[in-house]
Design a protein around this ligand. Structure first.
Ligand SMILES: Nc1nc2c(ncn2[C@@H]2O[C@H](COP(=O)(O)OP(=O)(O)O)[C@@H](O)[C@H]2O)c(=O)[nH]1
Ligand SMILES: [Mg+2]
Length: 543
């Protein structure tokens, strides 16, 4: 019934695996997808994941740094799997405690885990107990009374079950599954926007001081808040109860920083799952362990999963003699047109020609706003510097026309006139307005832009989730292909107005799994940045 079961270390060494009879497909694909999109992305709050036709369930053993994954066909409702995976975990730890306690990956590599027979025995037990439990056919009243009895007696035997045994008390070599990379802030002049964008930074003038301050805060704000827990815990493994008060505080803290409530909860649940059973060092507190894990997770969420290098992609498109097309979408007044103009400026500074397609044919003044930007940009980079040709042009057909059609004409025009980039401005729309959302989906499906950017304000809290989910849903629902174009990236605007309430950055990346490509930090052409994950997480963790 099971397709596969695998046990691997968090460092990535497969210790043991089982493949169901008649299953030919390799399970590496689904397991890799699980690691990539759930375990590494802090979505491990609930224990299941589906991949194509498969259902995957998994369990983390944080003390021995192991991951247990079972896969089965989605159409099967296997009620015993949750208990089964627990049983396998307990059995495996009991049996191989010594090997697992020897530190390091080498010990795991050299050990031989002959687990097949035990596994089969456990599986048989699980399957049989589920058969005994599941009603097979309609019963008469009497018969059902009888069956209730059996259920009862079963529950009683279950009560005497083995408890969770906490084995070794050694400090572990940290086998970090998370790949961390540090974004380097590049020294660039503010006035010139050549090359990659500057990263947003917090209190850039304070620089290193900030780090020290943070250390102090460990002891100060959080240490103070959870000071009562200090000293109570030596080298002991973390339990859900230990973490509960800390996690509650963290959740409230994240929400106060504007992270959507639902996402703050999911993150905290996921951190709890990741830490449960982990053995702490003697001098660490629950608060600092949880805080550290949460901080790592937040950085991980903000790190782009995909390479987004627009300058390079534009060059590539240019070599194929086609324009690179970016569509901007989002609700009203978030800053689509303004940031489109800033991005135009950045592209122009990097030597590209830009065609702006005025596809907001709805809001009065939208076309004029873009025309003003076009004039200004051309006066900053006069045509005489570029062989007499305006470096940025506006493609517009006035108001009330079909936006998808205008975008298509603009792209064709750009191709003829050898523009490097087409930036498509669209009308703002509320995520609940079905006709307008359908129109946006059509515009994207018909024109197949290279990049679909969602523009969102950094001011939003819970609303961010709703907007993004519904925009993505609309794009998926109204697309004509099986692989619909969804949002590829995010422009986070008005970042200058939110002080340290930077939670929207987390909510938006967590929901879409897509990177924040640009950050708008004001109303001038220079106010465009890239995201610095560490700076944002620093602001987020600050008390
Ligand atoms: N402070 C600040 N204001 C911004 C930013 N981006 C846009 N705005 C302002 O937000 C308002 C709406 O912008 P607009 O581009 O017209 O929004 P659209 O309806 O999405 O096209 C304008 O007053 C902009 O100046 C930003 O990054 N920071
Ligand atoms: Mg606009």
């Amino acid at each position: 019934m099971l397709d596969f079961f695998t046990i691997f270390s968090k460092g990535g060494i497969v210790l043991w695996c089982f493949q169901g009879t008649g299953v030919t497909e390799s399970f590496t694909g689904p397991v890799n997808a699980l690691i990539r999109s759930v375990i590494l992305q802090e979505r491990s709050g609930n224990n299941s994941y589906s991949h194509d036709a498969l259902s995957l369930k998994y369990k983390l053993d944080n003390e021995f740094e192991l991951v247990f994954v079972v896969g089965f066909q989605k159409i099967l409702t296997l009620t015993y799997v949750d208990k089964f995976i627990d049983d396998v975990q307990l059995h495996f730890r009991d049996r191989y405690k010594n090997e697992l306690e020897q530190k390091g990956a080498l010990a795991l590599l050299n050990s031989h885990f002959a687990f097949e027979d035990d596994f089969k025995m456990l599986l048989r037990e699980a399957e049989e107990s589920s058969k005994a439990r599941g009603p097979t056919s309609m019963r008469s009243f009497n018969a059902s009374l009888k069956s209730q009895k059996t259920v009862k007696s079963m529950i009683e035997t279950k009560g005497g079950d083995k408890g969770k045994e906490q084995g070794g008390k050694k400090n572990k070599n940290e086998l970090h599954i998370l790949i961390k990379s540090c974004l380097v802030v590049q020294g660039m002049q503010l006035s010139s926007m050549k090359g990659d964008l500057l990263a947003v930074d917090y209190e850039s003038s304070e620089g290193e001081e900030e780090e020290e301050e943070e250390e102090e805060e460990d002891a100060g704000a959080f240490g103070g808040m959870f000071g009562m827990l200090k000293g109570l815990v030596g080298s002991k493994s973390l339990s859900q109860e230990d973490m509960e008060p800390v996690l509650d505080k963290m959740r409230d803290h994240l929400i106060a920083k504007n992270v959507a409530a639902e996402i703050a909860s999911q993150l905290c649940d996921s951190v709890a799952k990741k830490l449960e059973g982990k053995v702490m060092g003697t001098f660490t507190t629950v608060a600092s362990t949880v805080k550290g894990a949460l901080q790592d997770s937040l950085v991980q969420i903000l790190q782009p999963k995909r390479r987004v290098d627009i300058l390079r992609d534009v060059l590539e498109a240019r070599s194929q003699r086609r324009p690179f097309v970016i569509t901007f979408c989002g609700v009203n007044g978030v800053g689509k047109s303004t940031n489109l103009a800033k991005i135009s400026f950045w592209l122009i500074e990097n030597g590209f020609t830009v065609l702006i397609a005025a596809c907001d044919t709805f809001r009065a003044g939208a076309v004029e706003q873009l025309r003003t930007h076009q004039r200004r940009l051309n006066s900053l980079h006069p045509p005489q510097d570029h062989g007499g040709r305006p470096i940025v042009q506006l493609y517009e057909k006035g108001y009330g026309k079909d936006a998808a059609g205008i975008a298509m004409e603009a792209i064709a025009y750009a191709r003829n006139q050898a523009f490097d980039v087409v930036l498509v401005d669209t009308a703002g729309r509320m995520q609940d307005n079905t006709p307008l959302m359908t129109a946006l989906a059509k515009l994207i499906a018909v024109n197949m832009p290279d990049l679909v950017l969602f523009v969102g304000e950094a001011l939003v809290g819970n609303e961010a989730v709703d907007q993004l989910v519904k925009f993505n849903q609309a794009l998926a629902d109204h697309s004509m292909s099986d692989k619909p174009r969804l949002i590829d990236g995010i422009v986070l605007t008005k970042f200058d107005t939110i002080d340290d309430k930077v939670g929207a950055a987390i909510s938006m990346t967590y929901i879409t799994g897509q990177p924040i490509v640009f950050v708008g930090t004001g109303q001038t052409y220079n106010d465009l940045r890239s995201l610095n994950a560490r700076a944002v997480v620093g602001a987020l963790m600050k008390a």
